[in-house]
Ligand binder design. Structure first.
Ligand SMILES: NC(=O)c1ccc[n+]([C@@H]2O[C@H](COP(=O)([O-])OP(=O)(O)OC[C@H]3O[C@@H](n4cnc5c(N)ncnc54)[C@H](OP(=O)(O)O)[C@@H]3O)[C@@H](O)[C@H]2O)c1
Length: 259
């Protein structure tokens, strides 16, 4: 049985993935943004091994999340699931002076990847909207462009694929993959979302612990347990490295060398 840490697991796909993993007998550590959400998370999933607390829009709190995870020992898989959506009407700014969407969806998975002792498998939640992401990577923090919430979300989900693929190249012993869950009816997706909710979180679980040889690959992109072609620019090594370098510069946190 595996030990799995899932970010943003107080509700939605992260919580459902955690509940499925627990039902399969795996050890699961969940994550909530604050004490109140940790109480909600504990109520929703009392069999979780633990709940780590921290708001991923803050670099300092994201560091603390990584410290809490490392204090709990080794993990077989980490699922970078936490995310915020595309309905932000203006450039909401975090305590670090960054756009909220970039901080939670791009920088936090980078920081956690850099600071958590590398597990055997990494899973990054992207979205079909990553296909619309700005491949130039020229203005990650939206200082030059007029704000467009859906574009900021699409950019961040493009970054998640670049990050998954950058890690796959740097850490050959780790399976690092990205997936899109489909447009599914969570709080983010909305009640009318048409895709198969179960297939969304099952794919996270399959990539984290599955024994099929199709799940034990690296540097791939999935939809409902099937390979899907990501935006072509996600395969570009220079873009992958630029994202890593920019996240390093912005956060001051460097990726660990290959385990
Ligand atoms: N639903 C879809 O149709 C869809 C489609 C494509 C991709 N995705 C991706 O799937 C992932 C999960 O989405 P979902 O639909 O399950 O969304 P959701 O129901 O809104 O859940 C998001 C989770 O992330 C947590 N979170 C957000 N901001 C956080 C922060 N600053 N610090 C700590 N935790 C934070 C939330 O905690 P709180 O509850 O406390 O806010 C919640 O547990 C996301 O990465 C999303 O981009 C979803």
């Amino acid at each position: 049985m595996a030990r799995v840490f899932i970010t943003g697991s107080s509700e939605g796909l992260g919580l459902m993935a955690g509940q499925l993993l627990i039902a399969q007998g795996h050890g699961v550590v969940l994550h909530a943004r604050n004490d109140q959400r940790a109480t909600d998370t504990r109520r929703a999933s009392s069999a979780a091994e633990g709940i780590v607390i921290g708001d991923l829009q803050s670099i300092a709190q994201t560091r603390q999340v990584a410290e809490q995870v490392n204090a709990l020992g080794a993990f077989d898989a980490v699922i970078h699931n936490a995310g915020v959506g595309y309905r932000e009407p203006r450039r909401l700014v975090t305590e670090d002076g960054l756009p909220h969407v970039f901080a939670v969806n791009t920088l936090a998975p980078y920081i956690l990847t850099a600071l958590i002792h590398p597990p055997r498998r990494l899973v990054y939640l992207s979205s079909g909207l990553h296909q619309n992401g700005d491949a130039s990577l020229h203005d990650l923090t939206w200082e030059k462009r007029p704000w467009r919430g859906q574009q900021a979300y699409s950019d961040s989900k493009f970054h998640d694929v670049l990050l998954a693929f950058a890690i796959a190249r740097r850490w050959p012993k780790v399976f690092s993959n990205a997936l899109e869950p489909g447009w599914v009816p969570t709080r983010m997706g909305g009640a009318g979302a048409p895709d198969d909710l179960k297939a969304g979180y099952q794919t996270q679980v399959w990539l984290a612990v599955g024994n099929d040889k199709q799940a034990k690959v690296s540097g791939e992109y999935f939809y409902h347990q099937k390979l899907r072609s990501p935006k072509a620019e996600t395969r570009d090594h220079d873009r992958q490295e630029k994202l890593v370098e920019d996240c390093h510069r912005i956060s001051g946190i460097k990726l660990l060398p290959a385990p």
